[in-house]
Ligand binder design. Structure first.
Ligand SMILES: O=C(O)c1cccc(C(=O)CC[C@H]2O[C@@H](n3cnc4c(=O)[nH]cnc43)[C@H](O)[C@@H]2O)c1
Length: 241
């Protein structure tokens, strides 16, 4: 089954494709799509769609519409990259697999707190990846599972981190693309997953404390460990998922 993996930036894309280097053999094909270059290794198509949910949704939609060969359509979309963690349970360099992909700041601010867009009577504010796939990928990679928030602004204060956790109790991590990727995948009828390698703690901004290299290495290891689960995933055989 063909898998589309969408990252934000090229170094994340390359961290993912590196996982498929030796075991997959052959060469990496590069295909030009509107707005992004798709890197193909075996059953995996990986692209850097840009930072933020809008760029991610646009890039994912173009790839879903025109990236796969007719004989081998996409059966799964994965939003992947580095992310910030809310809890010490997910330390720097560890992994999170989302059991919910949540649009954390899509809605309205009120005197009583945040109202999700669904409370305003339209849209949606979360997607649920197939539970069995979440379990299998977490087991293969040693990842923690929990909600991953999609934000348009990287959290930079303890106050904002607290407000996000109050609005989304149990959130493990935040990043900027998952919900956009999920929205495009849902419209194409393709299941979605989000995998994040922790590069920093969510809270007061301290860019020097980000461990991007460790997180990118963890991302490579994760895709190496999960490749067969992802490629072998069949949503029709996993009706629960
Ligand atoms: O400076 C670099 O070398 C570098 C290498 C890889 C990625 C970056 C980014 O800044 C990517 C931003 C990307 O990362 C996600 N991210 C990571 N931590 C957080 C966070 O605490 N809150 C929100 N997003 C985070 C996010 O998905 C961005 O697209 C730099």
């Amino acid at each position: 089954m063909r898998v589309l993996v969408v990252t934000a930036v090229p170094v994340e894309r390359d961290a993912v494709t590196r996982a498929f280097g030796d075991s997959f053999g052959g060469t990496e094909e590069h295909l030009s799509l509107p707005g992004a270059e798709l890197h193909r290794r075996g059953a995996f198509d990986v692209l850097a769609g840009g930072a933020g949910p809008a760029a991610a949704a646009a890039a994912t939609a173009f790839a879903l519409a025109s990236g796969a060969p007719a004989s081998s359509p996409y059966g799964l979309v994965v939003s992947a990259g580095i992310g910030g963690a809310f809890t010490p349970v997910t330390p720097l360099g560890s992994l999170v697999v989302a059991d919910g992909i949540v649009a954390a700041d899509l809605g309205a601010e009120t005197a009583e707190g945040f109202l999700p867009v669904t409370a305003l009577g339209f849209g949606r504010d979360r997607f649920a990846p197939p539970p069995a796939l979440v379990r299998e990928v977490a087991a293969a990679t040693g990842a923690a599972t929990g909600p991953v928030l999609t934000v348009s602004t990287v959290t930079g204060t303890a106050e904002r981190a607290g407000a996000l956790l109050a609005a989304h109790p149990g959130a493990l991590a935040e990043a900027m693309e998952g919900f956009g990727v999920a929205e495009a995948a849902a419209r194409a009828g393709v299941p979605v997953l989000e995998v994040r390698a922790v590069s920093n703690a969510v809270g007061p901004r301290d860019r020097d404390a980000w461990r991007i290299g460790d997180a990118l290495a963890a991302l490579t290891d994760a895709f190496g460990a999960a490749a067969s689960v992802l490629e072998g995933w069949n949503s029709h055989e996993n009706l629960e998922g």
